[in-house]
Design a binder for this molecule. Structure first.
Ligand SMILES: NC(=O)c1ccc[n+]([C@@H]2O[C@H](COP(=O)([O-])OP(=O)(O)OC[C@H]3O[C@@H](n4cnc5c(N)ncnc54)[C@H](OP(=O)(O)O)[C@@H]3O)[C@@H](O)[C@H]2O)c1
Length: 248
């Protein structure tokens, strides 16, 4: 059994590597920092391949599929956010966020979904976020990319129904990883551990659940997002994000 894990050099991706290895999977670890990937590899017992690739370059997504045409699990996890207003953001960073969170995730999902459906088996877990549930003023592009991840996962899951292939979207709230340091912000709520988050995600992925939400608080936020008028939801999100300016 082979699992391909993007963003495996830290945080959730590293935990996916450790836990899937313990379950007997061979792994392909993908991220840019080769030294960090080697550290993760040193913790694993099964066969592990390291691919130091920048997934914002779409040719690297195609090259990955060429090199590993078959797999059993794809964990589409690499992603980042940048906190701040739309008028102040750096357009190059914005483009990189779209290239990674949206384009690379979509290409890898598409390529492996085609393969999995042909074979009649396989699991894809796309790491979205609770940010997918609403608009996120001051974290706008990140929230929007995660809405994309949620919607494309739901659609793919429906198309794949009955083929033996499952597609899931993992939607955690705050998790203890390098995410906030990269995003240049602080958590707006108490983070959960990456190890608990990943344990929950793998369990639900194996059960074929489409939307995976790891805590009661985020489950409640999901329900609220369905009940509240959109403009109230955006106001709520605006005030939550604005508080982060004071905490930076
Ligand atoms: N932590 C949270 O609170 C939280 C909550 C909800 C959802 N998420 C989502 O969880 C996923 C994992 O993030 P994390 O929290 O574990 O943060 P993290 O510790 O910063 O991990 C992000 C991973 O993505 C990789 N990555 C970044 N840019 C890349 C690129 N251009 N090409 C290839 N890999 C790249 C990083 O590796 P390199 O730097 O070595 O390339 C790293 O392995 C993300 O999609 C994030 O949006 C996080």
């Amino acid at each position: 059994m082979l699992a391909i894990i993007t963003g495996a050099s830290s945080g959730l991706g590293k935990e996916f590597a450790i836990q899937l290895d313990k379950m007997g999977y061979e792994t392909v670890l993908v991220a840019r920092r080769a030294d960090k990937l080697a550290e993760v590899k040193s913790k694993l017992t099964n066969k592990c391949f390291i691919e130091a690739l920048d997934l914002t370059k779409k040719e690297n997504c195609f090259a990955l599929k060429e090199k590993y045409p078959c797999a059993d699990v794809l964990i589409n996890n690499a992603g980042f956010g940048k906190f701040g207003g739309i008028c102040e953001s750096d357009i190059c960073t914005d483009e990189q966020m779209i290239d990674l969170n949206v384009t690379s995730l979509y290409i890898l999902q598409k390529l492996y979904l085609e393969e999995f459906v042909k074979r009649g088996k396989g699991k894809i877990l796309n790491v979205a976020s609770a940010a997918a549930f609403m608009a996120g003023p001051y974290f706008a592009l990140y929230y929007a990319t995660k809405s994309f991840v949620l919607r494309i996962s739901q659609a793919a899951a429906r198309e794949a129904k009955g083929t033996g292939v499952t597609v899931s979207a993992f939607c955690p709230g705050s998790v203890e990883t390098e995410f906030n340091a990269v995003a240049n912000t602080v958590s707006s709520s108490k983070p959960i551990s990456a190890s608990n988050a990943v344990k929950y995600a793998i369990d639900k992925m194996n059960k074929g659940k489409v939307i995976i939400i790891p805590t009661l608080k985020i489950k409640a936020a999901f329900v609220m997002s369905k009940l509240m008028p959109e403009n109230w939801l955006t106001e709520f999100s605006y005030h939550t994000q604005k508080k982060r300016f004071g905490k930076k």
